[in-house]
Design a protein around this ligand. Sequence first.
Ligand code: HEM
Length: 388
Amino acid sequence: MSFAFDPFAAAVDADPFPYYKILRDEYPCFWSAEAGMWVLSRYADIVVALNDWQTYSSAQGNMMTELPNRAGSTLGTTDPPRHDRLRGLIQHAFLKRNLEAMAEPMRAIAKMVLVAVREREQFDFLEDFSSKFTVRVLFAVLGLPLGDEKQVRDQAVLMVQSDPVTRQKGPAHLAAFAWMTDYAAKVIEERRRQPQDDLISLFSQAEIDGDKLAEREVLLTTTTLIMAGIESLGGFMAMLALNLADHAAARRRLVAEPTLIPDAIEESLRYNTSAQRFRRCLQRDVTLHGQTMRAGDFVCLAYGSGNRDERQFPDPDSYDIDRKPKGHLGFGGGVHGCLGGAIARMACRIAFEEFLDALPTFRRVEAQLPWMPSSTFRSPLRLQLART
Ligand code: HEM
């Protein structure tokens, strides 16, 4: 029987792991005709690619289905030296903010959002908790004006999705991107006129050796930061909640010992990260496992598969909060490793400290979850939980 791997298929959204296992064992360098790209699924091969940006370039876009005009103008879609310059400027802006000072505001946001959740016997973890929490945290970190949270969140979620039939970005996804770009342009303009103590003000004025960011870079990078920040974090929190609903013993340990929450976060980033697959474009021919990939071909780096590679992580399909998985690919790696990793880890820890305190026992309501149609990210569209 011939094997097919279509990263756009609904069956892959729902459960990519059996496909990944076949890919790793039998087709470690696989041409997916459906996606029109190669797929690398073994941990070691992905790490080599991440550390060789000269060969595996991001400058043609890094999302599996890329949004228009992003390639070449954002952190995730440029190569060094342009990428390093951008990253340096943004990191400079991030460093000026004291992340630790965000801890108490984040906790206050979590407590506030949980007030309504506490009253309910059943609720949607995404709609009622993680989305509301994440969007408010990102608004605080970036310095976005309050009032537009719901719309911004809805558009961010649409931006990372694809049309399940055509597999491409459809009109709604493109309109969301256009909406977000306009929105970011307005905020940047306001902050330029009246700088405040927030990340976008710092970022739009960031300068290294007299080198200001170009207008377009500020705009598209801000747009991407909003999308990446809101969607990746909200989706990841849902995956962690799902893991705790499905692994009651782990949940009970976290309730009894909240200091273990960071370990559960790292294991969830390995076990079923929300950022499953990104792509690169080859700059030269590469022969791997007997297959020759040509310069100009796209290559999918399946982080979610590398994280389940038994060659790297023993007993990879078990969710084990004591594992402390060093070098997992949940945040990618190499020059493009997630810039928001520290914020994401802190926000997630605080959110779950508060969540588990408010709801120490819960179960999931639906055995079959509706999964987001996205070839890059993976999280449920809703996660109904009930108190037990
Ligand atoms: C748990 C939540 C998150 C996950 C799982 C995640 C995952 C990732 C991954 C896998 C990449 C690498 C993409 C590639 O290889 O092309 C990445 C890059 C990036 N992430 Fe995150 N992310 C999260 C949260 C955030 C947050 C909260 C922010 C912003 C505040 C953020 C901003 C970025 C940026 C700017 C990049 C591009 C970095 C570069 O190319 O130099 N992420 N993220």
